[in-house]
Design a protein around this ligand. Structure first.
Ligand code: ETK
Ligand code: ZN
Length: 257
């Protein structure tokens, strides 16, 4: 990725030394205290367009040593719920280990098993790299993943390839599918706040949407996510979530009561 000197989740307390924004006051992830969220009826349902990709469109799935990342074509766009149009860049996941959950955001102190982030950039900027340094530059759609009774066919489109990219730097092309299936069916119920990338350089340029409805994966699928990948030291790639950041003077809006 752009300008990454080596960092790890182990030395997350020192990110602020090399990346000053990581020590800022508009950082992510946060704990969402639902008693303190502000119901905002002007928050419209999120609308996605172009998210259903044909199987003959191949997407790059990559183990970058920090997460599994699926590159997305700019044809995927957020067309409702945000003041401006945003186009997709990539999606990736955060997860825990066999001994604990690994979502990045928490709700009332509850950490979910895992979390998906679909990263977009504001099309008023010429490129993603230009957008990511402006406060309205990025929009990340986040959803929590939990274990449920059935296999999730949409997540299977990603999880079934993880054994091919066990080592850092490995990548594989996967057939297109309906990316919207990775997000809740109900895009009306969400939390919204201003924050940052949760990894260095921690730019404070993300308008976050965290959906209220969680995605359900089977137990075996969650194990595949947690057990398949390794990082650069051939250690299991697990617990790739940043600690909760202080809210400071920010408010979290909710689209529902
Ligand atoms: N939650 S998040 O959105 O902040 C986030 C993370 F928490 C992440 F942990 C990551 S992965 C770490 C950054 C990275 C490293 C290597 C490569 C590569 O070799 O391709 C790519 C990226 C990661 F990629 C992202 N999203 C990225 C933020 C990193 C810089 C710009 C890339 C788009 C969004
Ligand atoms: Zn993320």
């Amino acid at each position: 990725g752009p300008g990454h000197s080596h960092w790890s989740y182990e030395d997350r307390e020192h990110w602020g030394v090399d990346y000053p924004d990581c020590a800022g006051t508009v950082q992510s992830p946060i704990n969402i205290d639902t008693a303190k969220t502000i119901f905002s009826p002007q928050l419209r349902p999120i609308q996605l367009s172009g998210y259903s990709l044909p199987a003959n469109e191949k997407l790059k799935l990559r183990n970058n040593g920090h997460t599994v990342l699926l590159e997305l074509p700019e044809s995927l766009a957020i067309t409702g719920g945000y003041a401006q149009q945003y186009r997709a860049v990539q999606l990736h996941l955060h997860w825990g280990s066999p001994s604990g959950p690994g979502s990045e955001h928490t709700v009332n102190g509850h950490r979910f098993a895992a979390e998906i982030h679909v990263v977009h950039y504001n099309t008023k900027y010429d490129s993603f790299k230009e957008a990511m340094v402006h406060p309205d530059g990025l929009a990340v759609l986040g959803a929590f993943l939990e274990v449920g009774p059935r296999e999730n066919p949409y997540y299977q489109e990603i999880l079934e390839h993880l054994y091919k990219i066990q080592r850092e730097g490995e990548e594989v092309l996967v057939p297109g599918f309906n990316i919207a299936g990775l997000l809740p069916a109900n895009l009306k119920l969400y939390f919204h706040y201003n924050g940052s990338l949760t990894t260095p350089p921690c730019y404070q340029t993300v308008k976050w949407t965290v959906f209220n409805q969680t995605m359900l994966l089977s137990h075996d699928q969650m194990s595949m996510l947690v057990m398949s990948l390794r990082n650069d030291d051939s250690k299991p790639l697990q617990n790739n979530y940043r600690m909760i950041q202080d809210l400071h003077r920010r408010r979290v809006l909710s689209s529902f009561q």
